[in-house]
Design a protein around this ligand. Sequence first.
Ligand code: FES
Ligand code: FES
Length: 353
Amino acid sequence: MATFRVNGKTVTVEKNQKLLRYLRDTLGLTSVKDGCSEGACGTCTVLIDGKPTKACIPQTDKLEGKEVLTVEGLSGFERQVYTYAFGHAGAVQCGFCIPGMVVSAKALLDKNQNPTREEAAFAIRNNICRCTGYVKIIDAILLAAELFRAGEVPQAVEDWSLGARVPRIDVEEKVTGTGIYPDDIYMDGMIYGSAVRSEYPRARVLAIHTGEAKALPGVVGVFTAADVPGSNKVGHLKQDWDTMIAVGDITHYLGDAICLVAAETPEILAQAKALVKVDYEELPCVRSPREAMLPDAPLVHREGNLLSHKHIQRGNPAEAIAKSKYMLTQRFYTPWTEHAFLEPECAVAYPDG
Ligand code: FES
Ligand code: FES
């Protein structure tokens, strides 16, 4: 048990838990985003006694007497400043990282209202942004610093004519953390679901033992491919993804779902998932596109390992090449770009009539 303050209010927390869970699940402070739950992404950044801290790490029992601040606890003027600065700098795209960025920016600007570009970059070194990139976010922090020094926020420009530069219309909700993402939806009596995933990139599923998990009090159901009505295949560009791998079928990668468990609480859900036992026959896997191209490569999909082949040309290249004075043959590569995973891939569903 611990007593501390959150956004100026004294709270007493009986059950020891991660600060992130308490802020989101009990206090409903959903500006504190759960991007990874393990200290890697910075979306959950809050101030503890003025210091930026990832809320998914400390346990509430360790916070006796501390002062916690989230974006919901900013003053009205601070909200205006950050909303204007992030909007004006074009620093917000999906917005999932932004409340954490704002908290890190506040930690810096509370101490130093005239930071250098390097200091602003250093302030957000523990915050990952999957879509905007960092240049505009740093611009926003420097602009916020300027506004704090000036002590006022310029009037929002209301020029929405063609060609005018306007901020995104959802900047305010994304900066102040009031925008709702699927993980922010809480409903009375909601239950929780999660998939048990393959232990091997390529293995035949021989049996799925769900009895023990089903018997655990608080478990609502355990479902396998046999429970999926109609086709078990889904996919955006190509319907080649098994909703769950059926007994007798072969997994395609480590992320394949074997069964889906539903339970009354996240804790029971985690326990139940651990009780599901799967028998596999491990098979050789392919670990790179080059291996997948070898003539005797194991098949990731029954139809073959080539997803698609695209040949792009504009105009008449043969004619253009024939007329060229010089010809250069080379292999070109595009850079590897990782769209870092931040927001939980989740959905909330409810029966409606
Ligand atoms: S660092 Fe806490 S949720 Fe990612
Ligand atoms: S705007 Fe940063 S994660 Fe999308």
